[in-house]
Ligand binder design. Structure first.
Ligand code: SGN
Ligand code: CA
Length: 537
């Protein structure tokens, strides 16, 4: 039987009533929270791919909230802690996953960009937990090229994986195809694993990792008609001119206006008409994976929409900006449709935990590998240290320990997850992990504890895709500074005065002092994390 500090108060239905005594009890315990095998909580880490905070209702400032909500992710937030200042260390898929597994910045785990290969011989949090008799599993998107090491069970998507009728690599190295929609299938497999565990008393770490809402944003059949006839709100900066910032902002290739493929991103089958000014060349490979019946539903939904657009274009009714607005609508609707299925499936998993009683002693986390641009600055994709892609959702529910509905403000980063899991499992955090356990925040009603870090370090190497220049930098609660080696430029932002980061203040005399302080801090933090000189490049 599992017990946890809170059981004796079970008759008190009000969670708020239960908390003070539990937290006091926890705070008074000198040893780690739980040491006996049966007391150690399970961890379910639900990790999606490219989920922007702007598309999570409980994060608060979703411009879409009148049209689109995430009730199940919000349910987790209402029952747990939603970290409002949560960031990644390197805003791209593979590196972020390596940060999570190792608790280290990219240069120290060797996975600096998506062309890296993860060295499975290095220490990872799942290996530590496995040694301490946790059962470990990863299901879904992996994206670290080499096979997972240190998991009792794994079943992963090859590379980026597919939305429709996805393939999964099995532990014996074979690949199997499953008919259906990837988000549903990953959840089925997650629930199956929970149901079929041999020793139900053994604590576990289960990483359930989704493809959605990654490009090319293919919805499930049941969501194809969502938002029909509705125009979703447009971000203020959709037509950003990139003035007052580095020239690198103009050189990227991640603009909704210029860098969407007609087939891959816009779902057209035939070549683009010239007046559309669209990139041809890349077909919708996902469509090619569908069964004829699935293709019929898809064409039924998109056919008339495409035709209306082509007719308006041919009739000369659309300005360049209208075309960009149309692309934005196509993009954002598909993006949110994929999140609809994700949120539903998170609800399905949470229901399963409730029904089986597992919810009680299981920490459930929802996070995503980085943030994403939903038209801000005219962009899709990520990579930049600007807020939209630097942030990461991080929501953690732990019944009986974490006070429901708290919104911790401490600056946290994905290198903190591994140390947190270590402490949850009653293990010491290894010296070479660079993150910090979130336990003091979780046990402190979400308040930032004395001595908590005051700045975050960020690093991006500038790989070829989307041509975003390499940069690295530091962010405090108010200021952000980063350096771009390619153009030998500093960028410096005051996030209170300029939350959209539209003007770099590096040459503003009024900010000269604080700018030099931030540069000094940048060098200090780089030294602290042992970042080699000359990187990134
Ligand atoms: C693919 C996508 C990019 C995306 C990267 C990284 N292009 O290359 O838009 O930035 O993945 O994504 S696509 O044409 O193949 O869709 S990540 O998930 O690894 O961060
Ligand atoms: Ca990603």
């Amino acid at each position: 039987m599992r017990t946890h500090p809170g059981d004796e108060n079970e008759n008190n239905t009000s969670p708020m009533h239960r908390f003070p005594s539990i937290l006091t009890a926890v705070a008074l315990t000198a040893t780690p929270l739980a040491t006996a095998k049966e007391e150690r909580p399970n961890i379910i880490f639900i990790f999606s791919d490219d989920h922007a905070l702007q598309a999570i209702t409980s994060y608060g400032d979703s411009r879409y909230e009148d049209y689109f909500q995430t009730p199940n992710i919000d349910r987790l937030a209402a029952d747990g802690a939603l970290f409002v200042n949560s960031y990644c260390a390197n805003s791209i898929c593979g590196p972020s996953r390596a940060n999570v597994l190792t608790g280290k910045h990219s240069v120290h785990n060797g996975f600096v960009d998506n062309s890296s290969r993860f060295d499975g011989n290095q220490p990872t949090v799942n290996k530590y937990l496995r040694e301490a008799d946790y059962e470990t599993a990863i299901i879904g998107k992996w994206h670290l090229v080499t096979e997972p090491v240190g998991f009792d069970h794994w079943e992963i998507l090859p590379g980026q994986g597919s939305y429709w009728n996805p393939d999964f690599i099995q532990m014996d190295g074979s690949t199997e195809r499953f008919e259906g929609y990837v988000t549903d299938i990953i959840t089925d497999k997650t629930i199956d694993w929970l149901e079929n565990r041999a020793d139900k008393d053994q604590p576990f770490l289960l990483m359930s990792q989704h493809k959605a809402p990654h490009r090319n944003w293919m919805p499930a059949e049941r969501h194809l008609m969502l938002f029909e006839g509705i125009d979703l709100p447009v971000p203020e900066t959709l037509f950003d001119d990139y003035s007052n910032r580095s020239v690198a902002l103009k050189e990227q290739q991640m603009m909704i206006a210029d860098h969407f493929f007609w087939g891959w991103d816009m779902f057209f089958h035939e070549a683009p008409p010239e007046e559309a000014g669209m990139m041809g060349g890349l077909e919708n490979r996902e469509y090619q994976r569908m069964t004829p019946l699935q293709q019929r539903s898809f064409d039924y939904a998109y056919g008339p929409r495409q035709q209306r657009f082509l007719d308006d274009l041919a009739a000369g009714k659309l300005s360049e900006k209208d075309i960009t607005r149309w692309k934005y609508q196509r993009y954002i609707k598909n993006y949110l449709r994929t999140i609809k299925a994700l949120d539903e499936n998170i609800g399905r998993l949470l229901d399963h935990l409730d029904e089986t009683g597992l919810a009680e002693n299981t920490i459930v986390i929802y996070s995503s590998d980085q943030g994403f641009y939903l038209g801000e600055k005219g962009w899709y994709d990520k990579r930049w240290m600007f807020e939209e892609s630097f942030v990461m959702p991080f929501i953690l529910r732990w019944p009986g320990v974490v006070e429901p509905g708290i919104r911790p403000e401490a600056l946290i980063q994905n290198i903190d997850y591994a140390p947190t899991f270590m402490e949850v499992a009653g293990l010491e955090v290894p010296e070479d992990m660079q993150g910090h356990s979130l336990m003091p925040i979780l046990k402190n009603h979400g308040e930032t504890p004395e001595g908590w870090r005051e700045e975050l370090y960020y690093f991006y190497t500038g790989e070829g895709v989307h041509r975003v220049a390499a940069h690295d930098g530091v962010r405090t609660d108010r200021y952000k500074v980063f350096y771009l080696p390619r153009t030998d430029e500093w960028q410096f932002f005051d996030l209170v005065e300029d939350p959209n980061e539209l003007r770099s203040l590096h040459d503003d005399p009024d900010y000269a002092d604080i700018f030099s302080e931030m540069k000094a801090l940048y060098h200090e933090v780089r030294a602290r994390y042992e970042i080699p000189e000359g990187l990134p490049n």
